[in-house]
Ligand binder design. Structure first.
Ligand SMILES: [Zn+2]
Length: 101
C-alpha cells in the first residue's frame, strides 16, 4: 500500500486517520502585452493558446520549465489549512502590511 507523507511538514499520513489534500498548481508564462503594443492582444492570446495546445499534444518536458510547470503536492489537514490561508507563503506581516497610523 502506498504511504503518503505531507510535502510541507513531512509527516507521514495515516490513511485511516488523516485526510490527504492534493494541491495542483499550474504555472506558465503569461506573455502579457506591453502597453506599447496593445493592438497585439490577439497575437499574445494566440501564443498562449498555441502553448496550451502543444501541451496537450506533446509531453510537457519538451517545454521549458521557465514557460510551463505543473506541480503537485500532498498535504496533511493542518498544512492544508495553512496553505489555503496563505497560498503564496507570504509573510503575514506583509499581507497586512499597511501602517496602523
Ligand atoms: Zn503537514
Amino acid at each position: 500500500m502506498i504511504r503518503y507523507s505531507c510535502d510541507m511538514c513531512k509527516r507521514e499520513l495515516d490513511p485511516d486517520e488523516d485526510l490527504r489534500y492534493v494541491v495542483k498548481m499550474e504555472v506558465y508564462a503569461a506573455f502579457d502585452p506591453t502597453s506599447a503594443d496593445e493592438d497585439d492582444d490577439r497575437d499574445h492570446l494566440q501564443e498562449i493558446q498555441d502553448i496550451l495546445e502543444r501541451l496537450e499534444d506533446a509531453e510537457s518536458d519538451e517545454i521549458g520549465e521557465d514557460i510551463y510547470q505543473q506541480l503537485r503536492f500532498d498535504l496533511c489537514p493542518e498544512c492544508h489549512k495553512k496553505f489555503i490561508s496563505n497560498p503564496l507563503g507570504r509573510e503575514i506581516a506583509k499581507v497586512f502590511g499597511f501602517s496602523a497610523n
